[in-house]
Design a protein around this ligand. Structure first.
Ligand SMILES: [Zn+2]
Length: 435
């Protein structure tokens, strides 16, 4: 065993492993950004006497959350246009604003802002689809968050790209530098913004370069009806015909998926990222969670962008998912709290094919979130999973480690000036409203 270079002791460890192990007075030893040992606090302190120590203060320590679908650089469009139909919202508000403002610098600044919100909410990895993603990659390395990024692929010119081939080439180019911190993947926007030939090119590029694919699918009922009219089949069948299903593919939304389609997703190992708060705000509908679980579809949770959510809090997402699907199932025993926490940690790591994330155990990345439980609101504490899903929120996150780096310290981000981020967001907002 290598020498530990970080020992977090005196914490209530919630491992999120398949046995649901907890260490109520536990410790985590790390070396070179990875966890090397998890166990009883006193025992680990005796074994790793020379390691620099961080006092967990009796807090809950769990794997950092994974946000499986977002558009982080839309941070400056939060609350810009609400209470609208999806197509009106996109065509009359979001796309024109993007047309006017998007640039490498805008995306860099907005990505820092969004990533800051995620770290402050205990999220250590996110999956993104947007434009100028190289700027988002720089922001991730700067602030210290982990990400899967994909330049949006469209069948029309957009944001400096002449066509889909250029957008695919952009992702392939940056994917050559993939590492554990930032990984590029292919992100075709949707089946209604990418034509058949371009989607076939994406499938081919994914095979040739061994890249993952991230696409929006079946978000609204009209998207499904249009697909049937145009291609004579439902969206999941259409993707299957194009060779765009499999363990390397993650579909965002899947609100309008039927039983047969869910069976295909399970059989092919295709993952689904549910963005429930966004679905409800846009009145897109309710994803068939019970059907997905019955078939064994790989599930993860995402926030979608702050333009449609309007927060990046995984706590808000978990709380809603648990409550909503109990009601829809007419069964309060459906979806126990700990399974919802798994959807943001262990299960989402599996959905990303990242066996180095999502669980506090030896060999995995030291991506760790600590939650304070000494407030009026957080006491008393009987069941940690119940607390995480139903009681706690982003403001209870005190410290976050990503790859063993202490990036949030007692609610202060270590690598950026938060006051500067706030001032810059206000400056951009003035420009957005005066255009
Ligand atoms: Zn989205």
């Amino acid at each position: 065993m290598p020498h530990a270079d970080l020992l977090i002791d005196n914490a209530h460890i919630v491992t999120m492993n398949s046995r649901w192990d907890e260490f109520p007075r536990g410790a985590v030893a790390c070396a070179d950004g990875r966890i090397i040992e998890v166990g009883d606090s006193d025992e680990l302190c005796q074994r790793h006497t020379k390691a620099p120590r961080f006092d967990g203060g009796g807090k809950l320590l769990l794997p950092g959350f994974i946000n499986a679908h977002t558009h982080v650089a839309m941070a400056y469009f939060k609350g810009l246009a609400d209470d609208l139909v999806l197509q009106t919202w996109l065509q009359d508000h979001i796309w024109p604003a993007e047309q006017r403002f998007l640039s490498d610098q805008f995306v860099h600044h907005a990505s820092l802002h969004g990533a800051a919100e995620m770290l402050r909410g205990g999220t250590t990895t996110f999956c993104d689809m947007y434009f100028y993603e190289a700027a988002t990659a720089r922001a991730c390395r700067q602030i210290g968050i982990r990400a899967h990024l994909g330049e949006g692929i469209l069948s029309f010119p957009a944001h400096g790209h002449a066509d889909a081939a250029a957008m695919i080439a952009y992702n392939v180019k940056y994917a050559a530098h993939n590492d554990d911190r930032v990984r590029f993947e292919l992100a075709p926007h949707a089946i209604y913004t990418c034509n058949r030939d371009d989607l076939l090119s994406v499938a081919r590029a994914a095979r040739e370069h061994g890249l993952r694919v991230h696409i929006h699918l079946s978000e609204t009922e009209s998207e499904v009806n249009d697909c049937i009219e145009k291609h004579g089949m439902r969206p999941v069948h259409y993707l299957q015909e194009l060779g765009l299903l499999g363990p390397h593919v993650r579909l965002a939304h899947c609100v309008w998926v039927d039983d047969e389609e869910a069976a295909i997703l399970a059989e092919t190992g295709t993952a689904v990222a549910l963005c429930t708060r966004s679905h409800l705000k846009l009145a897109s509908g309710f994803a068939p969670l019970q059907t997905f679980l019955r078939h064994g579809v790989k599930l993860a949770l995402g926030t979608d962008s702050v333009a449609s959510n309007n927060t990046l809090s995984m706590f808000a997402e978990m709380s809603l998912v648990a409550r909503l699907h109990k009601t829809l199932s007419d069964d309060p025993t459906f979806l126990p709290a700990r399974e919802v926490v798994a959807m943001c940690t262990r299960d989402s790591a599996a959905a990303l094919q990242r066996d180095d994330l999502g669980v506090v155990e030896a060999g995995r990345q030291a991506d760790l979130t600590l939650l304070a439980t000494d407030s009026i609101e957080a006491t008393p504490l009987y069941d940690v999973y119940s607390h995480i899903v139903y009681t706690l929120g982003a403001s209870d996150v005190s410290d976050v480690f990503v790859g063993g780096e202490h990036v949030l310290r007692n609610r202060k981000l270590a690598n950026v000036d938060e006051r500067e981020l706030v001032a810059r967001a206000r400056d951009y907002a003035k420009k957005v409203v005066t255009q």
